[in-house]
Write a protein that binds this ligand. Structure first.
Ligand code: SF4
Length: 328
C-alpha cells in the first residue's frame, strides 16, 4: 500500500488514525475536525490562486498534466499536483521551478505548502519535508529547500529539508511496518483525540476495553509501567489503591496524585477529597471565564458572574476584533 501525505499527516498525530485512514474509514461527528478541514482547504485554494495571479499565463500549470518530463519542462509554477515515487505519494500544494544558473545546471524545485494557522508546529514542517522527499525521489535530484505560507498575513517560512529528512524516512518506515502488519495498532487515547474525526469511535472502543488510556492524566511512561505489571484496565488499577496514613512530617506537603484513586472513584462512582480543603472567600466573589484563540493570542470573550443585593448578575464581554480586547 502507498504511503500518502494524508496517511503521513494522520500518523504524525496518532498511528491508529493512520491505520483507520488506510482502511478508507472517514470518521464522523467531530465539529472541530470538520472546521479544520474546511479552513485548510479554503486557505490552500486561496493561496494557490494568489500564486497563479502572480505568474504569467504560460508560466504555470494546474494539476500533474505537464509534469511528465521534469527535465525539459518550461513552467515556473505548478499547483495542485501529485508526486509519486516507489511506495510514496504526495499531494503537493505547489512547486516552483527556479531557472538554472548555468548551462547544464539543473533548475531548482521548491515545494510550497499552505497552512492556515498563524503558529506552526513541527508536524507542519515534517509534512513539507515529506512532500520534498517524494518530489526529490521522483525527480532523482536533491530538493534542499521548501516553503510554508501560513496564517492571516500569509507569512512565508523557508524550511531546510535535509535537517528533517532523517526523521521523515524513519517515520515512513514506521508507517510501512504498521501497514504490513497483520494486526491493527493498539488503540491508545491521546491528546489529539479531541480534534480527531474518529473520536466517537475510539472512545467507544476504549470504554468497551476499559482501557487505561481513558485516564487522560496518565502519561505514556506511566501507562507502560502499569502494563509491565499486568495492569491494562481502569478496573484492575482501581483495586491497587491502598489508603495510607500520612506521617506528620509530611502533613504540610501536598498529597501525591494517585491514578489508582481516580480509577477507584470511577469504579465506585464516588468523589474522593484529599484532606479537608477550606475555601475562605472574603468580599464579593466574582466568577470569571475567559475564552480565546491561542493561535492568534487573542481573547475574545470574558464572562463574569457576581452576586449582588438584587441577585446574580452575569455579563458577557465580547471583542470582535483584536483592537477591542483591551476595552473588554
Ligand atoms: S480518536 Fe484518538 S485514538 Fe482514535 S484515531 Fe483519533 S487520535 Fe487516534
Amino acid at each position: 500500500m502507498k504511503i500518502t501525505s494524508s496517511l503521513f499527516e494522520a500518523g504524525l498525530k496518532c498511528i491508529t488514525k493512520c491505520f483507520l485512514r488506510s482502511l478508507g474509514e472517514t470518521g464522523m461527528g467531530n465539529t472541530y475536525a470538520d472546521w479544520v478541514r474546511t479552513q485548510a482547504e479554503s486557505y490552500r485554494n486561496a493561496g494557490m490562486k494568489d500564486l497563479m495571479a502572480g505568474a504569467a499565463d504560460d508560466e504555470y500549470i494546474i494539476g500533474s498534466h505537464g509534469t511528465e518530463n521534469w527535465k525539459t519542462t518550461k513552467w515556473r509554477l505548478a499547483v495542485d499536483l501529485m508526486a509519486r515515487a516507489k511506495n510514496l505519494e504526495s499531494s503537493l500544494h505547489a512547486v516552483t521551478r527556479a531557472l538554472s544558473e548555468g548551462r547544464g545546471q539543473p533548475g531548482q524545485f521548491t515545494p510550497i505548502r499552505f497552512v492556515f494557522t498563524n503558529k506552526l508546529n513541527r508536524d507542519d514542517k515534517l509534512l513539507l519535508a515529506f512532500d520534498a522527499l517524494v518530489l526529490s525521489e521522483m525527480l532523482g535530484r536533491k530538493v534542499g529547500l521548501g516553503k510554508i505560507i501560513h496564517g492571516d498575513n500569509q507569512a512565508a517560512l523557508k524550511v531546510k529539508i535535509p535537517a528533517l529528512a532523517g526523521e521523515v524516512r524513519k517515520f515512513t518506515g514506521k508507517i510501512a511496518a504498521m501497514l504490513s502488519s497483520p494486526s491493527p495498532p493498539n488503540l491508545i487515547l491521546n491528546r489529539h483525540c479531541v480534534e480527531c474525526e474518529f473520536q466517537t469511535r475510539c472512545r467507544q472502543k476504549a470504554i468497551e476495553k476499559d482501557d487505561l488510556s481513558l485516564l487522560s492524566s496518565m502519561t505514556e511512561k506511566e501507562r507502560k509501567k502499569f502494563n509491565g505489571k499486568g495492569i491494562f484496565t481502569v478496573t484492575q488499577l482501581s483495586y491497587t489503591f491502598r489508603p495510607r496514613r500520612r506521617p506528620k512530617r509530611l502533613a504540610a506537603k501536598r498529597e501525591q496524585y494517585h491514578h489508582s484513586l481516580k480509577a477507584l472513584a470511577i469504579r465506585e462512582r464516588k468523589i474522593h477529597i484529599v484532606g479537608s480543603p477550606e475555601l475562605k472567600i472574603e468580599g464579593t466573589p466574582a466568577y470569571l471565564d475567559v475564552e480565546g484563540l491561542p493561535d492568534r493570542d487573542f481573547y475574545y470573550l470574558i464572562g463574569i458572574r457576581v452576586r449582588t443585593a438584587q441577585g446574580i448578575v452575569q455579563h458577557s464581554l465580547w471583542a470582535d476584533i483584536a483592537n477591542e480586547e483591551k476595552r473588554i
